[in-house]
Ligand binder design. Structure first.
Ligand code: NAP
Length: 249
């Protein structure tokens, strides 16, 4: 029997973990797809294609004609467009689709969280809070809404150097998680941070900053996730494997 072919929209830790699980599963073959934004993407244990498909209909054509039997969308919780493209393309092609999406972080008692809908609202919230020294952990491609804030010193941490235009006068820190509470506490202390801005990405790799902020009494501006299309969702790679198993040919 031909193997079940899975197209995996990747770019997250969960996608890499699922690729590893699939790689050791008989009767399944996987092609991972990356958008190509990251200059040095993590290695994946399977064939990889890189770059956009060229929109919904091109993705549907790629899925159709038996090229792929299943689609797993394991893009980042803040990937705003691709999950919707994936849902529509899968419907057009008649291919079952799963969203692999880690759960969001939740506040605990004593946290000072200010939830906002998007990055522009986060910048306005900083003005409202009278923030003076802000740690931005929103990713290098999300800094522009903060560029015009007056009287605020920004410390922007990202994995890679931000593209132009960057934030004038900001302190840039290049670092890649996972981070621990000790180093995150030191970062908040050393830069005298009074407000942390983060997207609600969820996951363990970068959650230590929230514990450090809690302990230091640092306020958190938490950017909520974009909408997710209706349909089945797995929160972990193991749950995604169970869904794939139940849809095997
Ligand atoms: P997006 O707004 O959802 O997608 C924009 C376009 O990029 C899509 O329409 C698609 O182009 C292409 N694309 C996105 N993911 C792709 C994939 N896995 N394979 C092939 N093409 C893909 O996404 P984004 O926010 O620009 O993020 C791009 C990628 O970086 C995503 O895969 C995401 O998982 C990852 N990422 C994003 C964030 C974030 O905060 N946004 C953080 C970490 C990682 P076509 O229409 O041409 O197919």
């Amino acid at each position: 029997m031909n193997p079940t072919s899975v197209l995996l929209l990747a770019g997250t830790t969960e996608a890499s973990d699922l690729a590893r699980l699939l790689d050791s599963t008989d009767g399944v073959e996987v092609l991972a797809s990356l958008a190509g934004r990251t200059r040095a993407p993590a290695e994946l244990p399977c064939p990889v294609r890189i770059g956009g498909f060229g929109g919904v209909h091109a993705l549907a054509a790629d899925l159709g004609d038996g090229h792929h039997h299943l689609l797993v969308d394991a893009t980042h919780p803040f990937a705003a467009q691709m999950p919707h493209n994936a849902a529509t393309a899968a419907r057009i092609a008649g291919v079952p689709r799963l969203r692999l999406l880690r759960p969001p972080w939740q506040p605990v008692d004593g946290d000072d969280w200010h939830r906002v809908a998007d990055l522009s609202a986060a910048a306005r919230k900083l003005e409202e809070l009278g923030a003076r020294r802000v740690l931005l952990t929103v990713g290098r491609m999300s800094l522009v809404p903060f560029a015009d804030l007056e009287g605020v010193h920004l410390v922007a941490r990202s994995i890679e150097v931000p593209d132009e235009p960057t934030v004038p006068g900001a302190t840039l820190i290049l670092d890649r998680g996972p981070f621990d509470v000790g180093s995150e506490s030191a970062l908040l202390h050393d830069h005298a941070i009074d407000v942390l801005v983060t997207k609600n990405s969820g996951g363990a790799a970068t959650s230590a900053k929230l514990v450090a902020a809690h302990q230091a009494g640092v306020s958190v501006v938490m950017v909520d996730r974009p909408s997710t299309p209706a349909g089945p969702v797995a929160e972990t790679p193991v749950e995604a494997m169970a869904w794939i198993d139940s849809h095997r040919r």
